[in-house]
Design a binder for this molecule. Structure first.
Ligand code: ARG
Length: 459
């Protein structure tokens, strides 16, 4: 029987029941629902609804249930209860009889589900933080290994200036660090207890909600009951954090897919994260990376779905809000799995040094160096830029790199060019000159690795 059967003379249509029930996904809130119920039973003692003795009986039964569901959460799915709240209550009544029916006094499923979901988020966010940090660790390990792996850096997917693979790794370290603080911010904001707000107007029992919040491990209790049962900001914030985090992972994946292409051939992916083609025996496909890239769409979809669901919803609780959970669970699971895969991909990655270096040397990636050289000899930058442009056209016509032109050939473009231009045009010099904070020079990358390690050690 449903929790609310009294007002009804007809049973729900089976098809409606299936449509309406949320147990198949909210069973994941079982632990939180039980923990919330234990705290609520304690609160009911303070307002003389339960005796100490009764509370102890309820708490014992709930703790036993907690152990049971922790061991095997899927067992819940065998029930035809409407949702996790009904399921826990049913189980409790089965265990302790009529006493179990007292627990819902002064409480509503509206403040209950809000509490459960926030508790779940509080449990899940640290799991994600840990996974984000593991990937950060792997990025630092990889950066450390490949400090001397020079490769082309791109803008517009055109070879622009040489960088190192280490510098590339540390770019993603920065993105993940922002993802971490974004999650921490969201966590701090959601750490407020809804319990004791009742259905919408507050509970009619004089419960100390701050104490209740404290028992549940929340920083404090919410301020306004109408807002509390309607608020799903934390769902939207976590989905936004996940969507941005996946956005970063999609760029990571796409970069590596390009680096791994036959055309670039900069990296070799491990057999552990690639698959073959059923038809073409020569192929080794970057599936792990492609799936990371693909799943980004699904996580962003969850965010836009939630934004639409909550848009224009009148206060306070509406059943629309039940739609919050499936997409949140799926998006956070997906983000977690993709972070894990990204770390696995990095772990087995090999760099093709020769090929990376060769590509960095091609494409006139040292053209800026020649311009800077002319500037140092007193040529205004705009003019220098123009001269080098002409030199590049000349070099392309001869199918040679800038540094492969003879001094006489170079002097055609500017008489100020001397023998001392050649060391300037080397890859080593291109890298070493970018020695301001955040630049690609080896000394800066070393500092960045040290800073990154410090950040890792504080997590
Ligand atoms: N399954 C519901 C949800 O996820 C629980 C709250 C039900 N409240 C209600 N008034 N029907 O939102």
């Amino acid at each position: 029987m449903a929790l609310w059967g009294g007002r009804f003379t007809q049973a729900a249509d089976q098809r409606f029941k299936q449509f309406n029930d949320s147990l198949r996904f909210d069973y994941r809130l079982a632990q939180q629902d039980i923990i919330g119920s234990i705290a609520w039973s304690k609160a009911l003692v303070t307002v003389n609804v339960l005796t100490q003795q009764e509370q102890q009986t309820l708490a014992l039964a709930l703790e036993t249930l907690l152990k049971k569901v922790t061991a095997d959460p899927q067992q819940i799915l065998a029930s035809d209860a409407e949702d996790i709240h009904s399921w826990v209550e049913q189980q409790l009544i089965e265990q302790v009889g009529d006493l179990g029916k007292k627990l819902h006094t002064g409480r509503s499923r509206n403040d209950q589900v809000a509490t459960d979901l926030k508790l779940w988020c509080k449990h899940q966010v640290p799991v994600l933080l840990h996974t984000l940090n593991t990937l950060r660790q792997q990025l630092v390990v990889t950066a450390e290994k490949y400090q001397d792996a020079v490769m082309p850096g791109y803008t517009h997917l055109q070879r622009a200036q040489p960088v190192t693979f280490a510098h590339w790794c540390l770019a993603y370290f920065e993105m993940l660090s922002r993802d971490i603080t974004r999650l921490q911010d969201a966590l701090a904001r959601l750490d407020v207890s809804p319990l004791g707000c009742g259905a919408l107007a507050g509970t009619a029992y004089p419960i100390d909600r701050e104490q209740l919040a404290d028992w549940l491990g929340f920083a404090r209790a919410t301020n306004n009951s109408l807002d509390t049962v309607s608020d799903r900001d934390h769902v939207m914030e976590l989905l936004a954090a996940a969507a941005i985090g996946m956005n970063h992972l999609s760029r990571f994946a796409e970069d590596l897919i390009i680096f791994n292409s036959g055309e670039a051939n900069f990296v070799e992916l491990s057999d552990k994260v690639t698959s073959g083609s059923s038809l073409m025996p020569q192929k080794k496909n970057p599936d792990a990376l492609e799936l990371i890239r693909g799943k980004t769409g699904r996580v962003f979809g969850a965010l836009s779905g939630a934004m639409m669901t909550f848009k224009s919803l009148p206060l306070a609780y509406n059943k629309d809000m039940q739609e919050d959970k499936e997409s949140l669970f799926d998006a956070l699971d997906t983000w977690h799995d993709c972070l894990d895969m990204a770390a696995l991909v990095l772990e087995g990655l090999e760099i093709n040094y020769a090929r990376c270096c060769e590509a960095a040397q091609q494409g006139y990636a040292n053209a800026t160096e020649l311009a800077d050289y002319l500037v140092a000899k007193g040529v205004p930058f705009r003019e220098a830029h123009h001269i080098v442009g002409a030199a590049v056209v000349g070099a392309i016509a001869k199918q040679r790199a800038l540094e492969a032109l003879t001094l006489t050939e170079l002097k055609v473009f500017s008489p100020v060019i001397e023998e001392d231009v050649y060391p300037i045009l080397s890859l080593e010099s291109c890298l070493a000159k970018r020695n301001a904070k955040g630049g690609v020079a080896a000394s800066q990358v070393k500092l960045a690795i040290e800073d990154a390690k410090k950040a890792l050690s504080t997590m």
